[in-house]
Write a protein that binds this ligand. Structure first.
Ligand code: CA
Length: 545
């Protein structure tokens, strides 16, 4: 009882104070808040902290033993650490994929992606950040974007700097992996922050985002029909190159990207990824390949073979079919080379659908879209496929945060995450290898924290979600539509709280009715999160409301 009262004392008010105090004074640690296990503050919370600078995780010894035994048996059989292939689509909606209710029902079947679900593990609560750069930062570093300072995507001349971060690619390259990034980077253009400078042995792709290079796309008559403006826009400083780089061969710009040649970028990235996989197998080395699609970020123009392939014949759905085809090419290659059973494949999207570019946009069953911390902005497809290692046909609503891919990749590769990063930085990721590999594995993650760039936005625990702030589109009517445009930050009197199982579209706040949830679980979780920010000052100056 005493513990419950103590936990109640660490409720939302104190949580707010903890983060607010931190926002004003990065070095101050709120009184009474020290880093420890979740169970210390509330009997409802179970996660344990094994290292002070690592996010607490649920302790699941039985499934951890099973996973380790599976990995050891595989290593004994193959003599090699497993390959890791990460497939990141840009702006793909949760609901675009057949396995998540889209596909055929939207006129754009996704059989190759659906196969990963049917033969692997389908997660229904995979969380990204609200937009491109922060998600890619989380995925590569295992750290929330406020900690790495990589908060918002830029068009051209992006000064984001990831060079002082430890990327999974850097750790794995040192551990004997061949590492490559194919496609979109969006973690900074500047010298020192480029993929080949931060741990990728090879890179073939561009440094920013497709629409930054597509000024002359036909739906922009204000630019296309104004040659002077077009010339001015094209003269803006920034990198528009398609790059080819390797550790041994140096880095070379291959060509400048424009509207016309952008249609074939994803086919070129697929060619590169196929070639990289073949060369890695030939060299007898395990690989870590991050394959990042340019599609289906606006402005899409499907490669010629995919024009008109969808029922609606529109550029977005045709491009979804192209993405699905490439997923098929890469997974079939793993089978052809007989390495599918020694390759962990993860398929995801970097944020929710971009509704600002409707009708060139995806679908989500949730409220909100890209740019928001509503479920529609951050809940993305998450599929794991590893024949022989992941039991086919599994579905789980266990929580998975994009940062978890950092720890999970390292553990699968036989590397200890705690020994791979300097002790002065906080890692938000959790090792989820046992969740994936044990037949009935449970997620080791107790909570997902939501951030809208530098603004703390809330936390999900079990099926409860508390939003300390929310981005509302238009007047908030359920028929309102959009994401980054026509949006405003709403700060509630109390926080909003939703039961995501009863109310997946986050329409009715139930914070007062279910006051025990914020008092004993969500509030303490926020307070502990604030304490980690105080102990390990983030690179970004944070805001709480
Ligand atoms: Ca994106």
């Amino acid at each position: 009882m005493k513990r419950i009262i103590a936990a109640a004392g660490l409720g939302v008010g104190v949580a707010a104070a903890a983060l607010a105090q931190q926002a004003q004074s990065p070095m101050s640690v709120p009184a009474g808040l020290t880093l420890g296990s979740m169970s210390r503050v509330s009997p409802l919370l179970k996660a344990e902290r094994t290292h002070e600078n690592f996010e607490p995780a649920l302790v699941l010894p039985k499934q951890e033993q099973t996973a380790q035994a599976k990995l050891e048996a595989l290593f004994k059989k193959t003599g090699k650490r497993p390959n890791i292939l990460i497939l990141v689509v840009d702006d793909l909606g949760y609901g675009d994929v057949g396995a998540y209710g889209g596909g055929e029902s939207l006129g754009a079947p996704t059989p190759h992606i659906d196969r990963l679900a049917r033969e692997g593990l389908k997660l229904t609560s995979t969380y990204a950040q609200p937009s491109c750069t922060p998600t890619r930062a989380a995925l590569n570093t295992g750290r929330l974007p406020v900690r790495s300072g990589l908060l918002t995507p830029k068009l051209l001349n992006d000064t984001a700097d990831v060079s002082s971060e430890t990327l999974a690619s850097r750790v794995l390259s040192s551990a004997g992996y061949r590492t490559a990034m194919s496609g979109k980077w969006h973690l900074g253009e500047k010298d020192g922050s480029r993929p080949w400078q931060v741990g990728f042995d090879e890179f073939y792709g561009f440094l920013g985002v497709a629409n930054a290079y597509q000024e002359e796309h036909p739906s922009a008559p204000d630019v296309v029909n104004d040659p002077e403006l077009l010339a001015e826009l094209r003269s803006m400083p920034g990198d528009r190159n398609l790059w080819r780089a390797s550790k041994d061969g140096g880095a070379k710009p291959v060509e400048k990207i424009n509207w016309e040649n952008s249609r074939d970028l994803d086919e070129k990235f697929a060619d590169f990824s196929e070639d990289f996989i073949r060369r890695s197998v030939k060299a007898g080395k395990p690989f870590y390949l991050s394959h990042n699609f340019s599609k289906v970020h606006y402005f899409n123009m499907p490669s010629k073979g995919f024009v008109g392939r969808s029922a609606t014949k529109d550029v977005y759905r045709d491009s979804v079919i192209e993405v699905d085809d490439i997923v098929g090419r890469l997974t079939h290659l793993l089978e052809e080379l007989k390495i599918a059973d020694n390759t962990l494949v993860f398929f995801t999207s970097d944020n929710g659908p971009e509704e600002d570019s409707y009708p060139e946009s995806g679908v989500t069953p949730f409220r909100g879209a890209k740019g928001t911390t509503l479920e529609g902005g951050v809940r993305v497809p998450g599929l794991f496929w590893w024949p022989g290692m992941i039991k086919p046909g599994r579905v789980s609503d266990g929580l998975f945060d994009m940062t978890d891919m950092f720890n999970t990749s390292l553990v699968v590769a036989g590397v200890d995450p705690a020994k791979s990063v300097p002790a002065d930085r906080y890692i938000d990721g959790i090792d989820q290898s046992s969740f994936l590999l044990a037949d009935n594995g449970q997620s080791a993650r107790e909570a997902v924290y939501l951030w809208n760039a530098d603004l703390f936005a809330g936390v999900r625990w079990r099926y409860y979600k508390m939003a300390t702030s929310e981005i509302r589109v238009g007047s908030g009517n359920v028929r309102d539509f959009g994401g980054l445009d026509n949006a405003e930050v709403v700060t509630p009197l109390n926080s909003f709280m939703y039961n995501l199982y009863l109310d997946p579209r986050e329409r009715k706040s139930i914070l007062i009715e279910k006051a025990w949830v914020p008092s004993y679980a969500l509030g303490p979780l926020v307070a502990l999160h604030g304490a980690t920010m105080a102990k390990y000052p983030p690179k970004a100056k944070i805001r709480f409301r």
